[in-house]
Design a protein around this ligand. Structure first.
Ligand code: JHZ
Length: 383
């Protein structure tokens, strides 16, 4: 038995909807220390598309919200420093707060000042004492990971300058529902935010949602800009999206019940498709051992009998196994040399980048199996 399986644990994955504040969230949580530690295997810089995205995010913040030479920016969950490196390069005072030491070490090597801590009221107070209050507090795909969201709000409230902004991004619930992207539901994603739930949650703490921007990353994300109540003008886009969410049915439990039915249908179709292909003797592999893939594999009951291996570019994942199903994770180079008949596109959110570099796979007769927004076999995937 590989040594990695010894400490494996399982947790039930289930989602709840609050009809009072419209929050969609996991109902069972895995201990934070199990998820974020010095073996954290996701490196934000693992895709070219995301590197470009973070550059745009940094430019946006520097242009709009870091007004003076002594401006101070804090990032929660700064990972390998992919965002803050742009501020560091311009000598802007910054601090990354990152609980996983291994990724924080990479950030430090990039010149990003990093504090290895969870973001909470104690850490916020400490940063306030040592560095002062921030002009901007940022978070990309991390605020939705922190179960004690009220502690996040209190920490932001304490650490933010009177005119400062709290800007964060997360996959947008409307897109998750529209695309039947059930794989966005996994242990790290404690919350599935929408504009209503963000307003309701943070307004309790005197923080106001002042702007929203859709971003075409991670399957369709939203960038939320919050500020102390009354400090900034609220844009009309916030109102527009509140109305739209109502029209989309995001305030009704029935919409989520329909989503559950669509997810079940997608699961059954994918399992059937893969089982059928295996019966014909086809060789199927997985492309990218994403966090999302753990949900797809376990929810569909896929095993190493169905998927020979999953190729991934992250050295820390190679030689390991997928959680639960124990499908081997192999270096990307194996996929390039190998001739699988089908590859399941687990990193469907990076489709543009992947299609551009995998033309040879199709030329060799390979085909993609996709499941978002629908289960299909295709030669080309549009994001
Ligand atoms: P990707 C992560 O989710 C984890 P994941 C986290 N919890 C989160 O919230 C989201 O990001 C935002 C591999 N890969 O970005 C590298 C290839 O092998 O969809 C990574 O292992 N070849 C923080 O894991 C993985 O995919 C490629 O060409 O679902 C990243 O997957 C590319 C582009 C990626 O995020």
């Amino acid at each position: 038995m590989p040594k990695h399986f010894r400490n494996e644990f399982r947790a039930e994955l289930a989602v709840g909807f609050c009809p009072g504040c419209y929050m969609v969230q996991l109902t069972n949580l895995v201990e934070q220390e199990h998820l974020y530690n010095d073996e954290y295997a996701f490196f934000s810089g693992s895709s070219k598309g995301m590197s470009k995205h973070f550059q745009e995010f940094a430019e946006f913040i520097m242009q709009h919200y870091l007004p003076t030479d002594d401006s101070f920016v804090v990032e929660v969950g700064s990972n390998d420093g992919i965002l803050l490196q742009h501020m560091a390069k311009r000598n802007i005072k910054h601090l990354g707060i990152e609980p996983s030491a291994n990724v924080a070490n990479i950030a430090t090597k990039r010149g990003v000042e990093s504090l290895v801590e969870f973001f909470n009221v104690t850490t916020a107070e400490k940063v306030k004492q040592t560095h002062g209050q921030a002009d901007a507090i940022l978070g990309a795909n991390v605020i939705c990971h922190i179960p004690d969201i009220h502690s996040v709000a209190k920490s932001v409230k304490a650490l933010l300058k009177p005119n400062g902004v709290f800007v964060f991004e997360a996959p947008y619930i409307a897109n998750t529902i529209r695309k039947t992207a059930f794989d966005q539901i996994y242990d790290e994603h404690a919350f599935f935010f929408g504009v209503h739930s963000v307003v309701n949650c943070f307004s309790r703490h005197g923080l106001e949602l002042v702007d929203v921007m859709e971003r075409n990353v991670h399957g369709g994300s939203m960038r939320y800009v919050l500020a102390h109540k009354g400090a900034h003008e609220v844009t009309s886009k916030v109102k527009q999206l509140l109305v739209l969410e109502d029209h989309l049915g995001l305030l009704k439990i029935e919409t989520y019940q329909d989503f559950a039915k669509s997810a079940e249908k997608s699961r059954d179709q994918l399992k059937q498709l893969i089982t059928g292909l295996r019966e014909q003797g086809k060789k199927i592999v997985g492309y990218a051992a994403t966090a999302k893939s753990a949900t797809v594999i376990n929810y569909c009951g896929l095993t190493p009998e169905h998927i020979k291996y999953i190729s991934d570019t992250t050295p820390a994942k190679q030689g390991r196994y997928s959680p639960g199903a124990h499908i081997p994770i192999k270096p990307y180079e194996i996929f390039k040399q190998d001739k699988p008949d089908y590859a399941i596109l687990f990193a469907w959110n990076h489709a543009d980048e992947i299609m551009a570099k995998e033309k040879n796979f199709i030329k060799r007769g390979g085909k993609w199996i996709v499941f978002v927004p629908e289960v299909a076999i295709v030669e080309n995937v549009k994001q």
